[in-house]
Design a protein around this ligand. Structure first.
Ligand SMILES: CC(C)(COP(=O)(O)OP(=O)(O)OC[C@H]1O[C@@H](n2cnc3c(N)ncnc32)[C@H](O)[C@@H]1OP(=O)(O)O)[C@@H](O)C(=O)NCCC(=O)NCCS
Length: 145
Protein backbone atom coordinates (compact mmCIF):
# COMPACT_ATOMS: atom_id res chain seq x y z
CA UNK A 1 0.00 0.00 0.00
CA UNK A 2 2.83 2.37 0.87
CA UNK A 3 4.53 1.70 -2.47
CA UNK A 4 1.30 2.36 -4.40
CA UNK A 5 0.93 5.85 -2.90
CA UNK A 6 2.40 8.19 -5.49
CA UNK A 7 2.84 6.21 -8.70
CA UNK A 8 -0.67 4.73 -8.73
CA UNK A 9 -2.76 6.34 -5.97
CA UNK A 10 -1.54 9.95 -6.18
CA UNK A 11 -4.06 12.80 -6.27
CA UNK A 12 -4.81 13.99 -9.80
CA UNK A 13 -5.74 17.65 -9.39
CA UNK A 14 -6.40 17.84 -13.14
CA UNK A 15 -9.67 15.95 -12.63
CA UNK A 16 -10.80 18.62 -10.16
CA UNK A 17 -9.65 21.45 -12.46
CA UNK A 18 -11.57 19.86 -15.35
CA UNK A 19 -14.74 19.55 -13.22
CA UNK A 20 -14.90 15.79 -13.84
CA UNK A 21 -14.44 14.54 -10.27
CA UNK A 22 -17.39 13.68 -8.01
CA UNK A 23 -17.57 13.21 -4.25
CA UNK A 24 -20.13 11.72 -1.88
CA UNK A 25 -20.47 13.69 1.32
CA UNK A 26 -22.00 12.88 4.73
CA UNK A 27 -22.17 15.41 7.58
CA UNK A 28 -19.44 17.52 6.00
CA UNK A 29 -17.07 14.55 5.46
CA UNK A 30 -16.08 13.13 2.10
CA UNK A 31 -16.98 9.42 2.21
CA UNK A 32 -16.42 8.53 -1.45
CA UNK A 33 -15.01 9.92 -4.66
CA UNK A 34 -14.51 9.01 -8.28
CA UNK A 35 -14.40 10.60 -11.67
CA UNK A 36 -13.89 10.48 -15.39
CA UNK A 37 -11.46 12.18 -17.69
CA UNK A 38 -11.24 13.57 -21.20
CA UNK A 39 -7.45 13.28 -20.91
CA UNK A 40 -4.97 10.54 -21.80
CA UNK A 41 -3.81 9.28 -18.38
CA UNK A 42 -5.57 6.17 -17.10
CA UNK A 43 -4.30 6.44 -13.53
CA UNK A 44 -1.78 8.27 -11.36
CA UNK A 45 -1.46 11.65 -9.70
CA UNK A 46 -0.55 14.87 -11.50
CA UNK A 47 2.79 15.01 -9.65
CA UNK A 48 3.88 11.79 -11.42
CA UNK A 49 3.48 13.47 -14.84
CA UNK A 50 6.23 15.46 -16.50
CA UNK A 51 4.06 17.25 -19.10
CA UNK A 52 0.44 18.38 -19.46
CA UNK A 53 -2.01 15.48 -19.85
CA UNK A 54 -3.17 15.55 -23.49
CA UNK A 55 -6.88 16.00 -24.28
CA UNK A 56 -8.63 13.08 -26.02
CA UNK A 57 -10.87 13.20 -29.11
CA UNK A 58 -14.36 11.86 -28.23
CA UNK A 59 -14.85 10.70 -31.84
CA UNK A 60 -11.86 8.35 -31.69
CA UNK A 61 -10.72 7.85 -28.11
CA UNK A 62 -12.38 6.21 -25.11
CA UNK A 63 -13.04 8.42 -22.06
CA UNK A 64 -11.24 7.42 -18.87
CA UNK A 65 -12.87 6.32 -15.61
CA UNK A 66 -10.58 7.44 -12.80
CA UNK A 67 -9.76 7.33 -9.11
CA UNK A 68 -12.68 5.64 -7.31
CA UNK A 69 -12.33 5.38 -3.54
CA UNK A 70 -15.05 4.73 -0.99
CA UNK A 71 -14.29 4.93 2.73
CA UNK A 72 -14.34 1.37 4.17
CA UNK A 73 -17.08 2.38 6.67
CA UNK A 74 -19.29 3.24 3.69
CA UNK A 75 -18.44 0.31 1.41
CA UNK A 76 -21.17 -1.62 -0.37
CA UNK A 77 -23.91 0.99 0.14
CA UNK A 78 -24.16 2.06 -3.50
CA UNK A 79 -21.80 5.07 -3.41
CA UNK A 80 -19.48 3.66 -6.08
CA UNK A 81 -22.48 2.78 -8.21
CA UNK A 82 -24.00 6.25 -7.96
CA UNK A 83 -20.70 8.00 -8.79
CA UNK A 84 -20.06 5.64 -11.72
CA UNK A 85 -23.58 6.33 -13.06
CA UNK A 86 -22.89 10.09 -12.87
CA UNK A 87 -19.58 9.58 -14.71
CA UNK A 88 -21.16 7.55 -17.50
CA UNK A 89 -23.91 10.17 -18.00
CA UNK A 90 -21.26 12.92 -18.25
CA UNK A 91 -19.10 10.82 -20.60
CA UNK A 92 -22.03 10.24 -22.98
CA UNK A 93 -23.05 13.92 -22.79
CA UNK A 94 -19.48 14.86 -23.78
CA UNK A 95 -19.85 12.72 -26.94
CA UNK A 96 -17.62 9.76 -26.06
CA UNK A 97 -18.76 6.32 -27.25
CA UNK A 98 -16.41 4.16 -25.17
CA UNK A 99 -14.75 4.19 -21.78
CA UNK A 100 -11.61 2.51 -20.52
CA UNK A 101 -10.23 2.16 -17.00
CA UNK A 102 -7.47 0.39 -15.14
CA UNK A 103 -8.95 -1.21 -12.04
CA UNK A 104 -7.45 -2.66 -8.91
CA UNK A 105 -8.66 -6.17 -8.13
CA UNK A 106 -10.85 -4.56 -5.42
CA UNK A 107 -12.48 -2.33 -8.04
CA UNK A 108 -13.06 -5.00 -10.69
CA UNK A 109 -16.46 -6.28 -9.37
CA UNK A 110 -17.96 -2.76 -9.40
CA UNK A 111 -17.00 -2.19 -13.04
CA UNK A 112 -17.97 -5.73 -14.07
CA UNK A 113 -21.43 -5.08 -12.59
CA UNK A 114 -21.72 -2.10 -15.01
CA UNK A 115 -20.83 -4.23 -18.05
CA UNK A 116 -17.13 -3.40 -18.36
CA UNK A 117 -15.18 -6.33 -19.78
CA UNK A 118 -11.61 -7.35 -19.05
CA UNK A 119 -9.21 -6.42 -21.88
CA UNK A 120 -5.90 -7.13 -20.14
CA UNK A 121 -4.44 -8.11 -16.79
CA UNK A 122 -0.98 -6.82 -15.95
CA UNK A 123 1.32 -5.69 -13.15
CA UNK A 124 1.65 -1.91 -12.72
CA UNK A 125 5.17 -0.98 -11.58
CA UNK A 126 5.51 0.64 -8.14
CA UNK A 127 8.55 1.91 -6.32
CA UNK A 128 11.14 -0.51 -4.87
CA UNK A 129 10.58 -3.06 -7.70
CA UNK A 130 7.14 -3.96 -6.36
CA UNK A 131 4.15 -4.30 -8.67
CA UNK A 132 0.38 -3.99 -8.30
CA UNK A 133 -1.92 -6.39 -10.19
CA UNK A 134 -4.39 -4.35 -12.25
CA UNK A 135 -7.05 -4.97 -14.90
CA UNK A 136 -7.71 -2.86 -17.99
CA UNK A 137 -11.46 -2.87 -18.60
CA UNK A 138 -13.50 -1.43 -21.48
CA UNK A 139 -17.12 -0.60 -22.24
CA UNK A 140 -18.89 0.58 -25.40
CA UNK A 141 -21.98 2.71 -24.82
CA UNK A 142 -25.17 1.97 -26.71
CA UNK A 143 -26.15 5.19 -28.56
CA UNK A 144 -29.83 4.16 -28.28
CA UNK A 145 -29.83 4.00 -24.46
C1 LIG B 1 -14.28 -0.42 -5.42
C2 LIG B 1 -15.08 0.53 -4.56
C3 LIG B 1 -14.88 1.98 -5.10
C4 LIG B 1 -16.59 0.14 -4.64
O1 LIG B 1 -17.37 1.16 -4.01
P1 LIG B 1 -18.73 0.80 -3.21
O2 LIG B 1 -19.43 2.08 -2.90
O3 LIG B 1 -18.42 -0.10 -2.06
O4 LIG B 1 -19.56 -0.03 -4.32
P2 LIG B 1 -21.16 -0.15 -4.42
O5 LIG B 1 -21.75 -0.34 -3.05
O6 LIG B 1 -21.69 0.99 -5.22
O7 LIG B 1 -21.28 -1.51 -5.26
C5 LIG B 1 -21.98 -1.58 -6.50
C6 LIG B 1 -21.89 -2.99 -7.03
O8 LIG B 1 -20.52 -3.30 -7.34
C7 LIG B 1 -20.24 -4.68 -7.01
N1 LIG B 1 -19.30 -4.73 -5.88
C8 LIG B 1 -18.76 -3.66 -5.23
N2 LIG B 1 -17.88 -4.08 -4.28
C9 LIG B 1 -17.86 -5.44 -4.35
C10 LIG B 1 -17.15 -6.45 -3.63
N3 LIG B 1 -16.27 -6.14 -2.66
N4 LIG B 1 -17.38 -7.74 -3.96
C11 LIG B 1 -18.25 -8.07 -4.92
N5 LIG B 1 -18.97 -7.15 -5.64
C12 LIG B 1 -18.76 -5.85 -5.36
C13 LIG B 1 -21.58 -5.29 -6.60
O9 LIG B 1 -22.22 -5.74 -7.78
C14 LIG B 1 -22.29 -4.07 -6.04
O10 LIG B 1 -23.72 -4.20 -6.06
P3 LIG B 1 -24.49 -4.92 -4.80
O11 LIG B 1 -23.91 -4.36 -3.53
O12 LIG B 1 -25.92 -4.53 -5.03
O13 LIG B 1 -24.21 -6.39 -4.96
C15 LIG B 1 -14.61 0.44 -3.07
O14 LIG B 1 -14.70 -0.90 -2.66
C16 LIG B 1 -13.19 0.94 -2.81
O15 LIG B 1 -13.00 2.14 -2.57
N6 LIG B 1 -12.17 0.05 -2.82
C17 LIG B 1 -10.81 0.40 -2.48
C18 LIG B 1 -10.18 1.37 -3.46
C19 LIG B 1 -10.12 0.79 -4.85
O16 LIG B 1 -9.57 -0.27 -5.08
N7 LIG B 1 -10.72 1.54 -5.80
C20 LIG B 1 -10.81 1.09 -7.17
C21 LIG B 1 -9.81 1.77 -7.97
S1 LIG B 1 -9.96 1.16 -9.63
Amino acid sequence: MEAALGPVFGVDRQLIADGTYFIAEHAGQIVGCGGWSRRRSVFGGDRARAAEDAVLDPAHDPARIRAFFVHPDWARRGIGRSILSACEAAICAAGFRDAVLVATLAGEPLYASFGYSVAERYEAPLSASLTLPVVRMVKRFDPNE
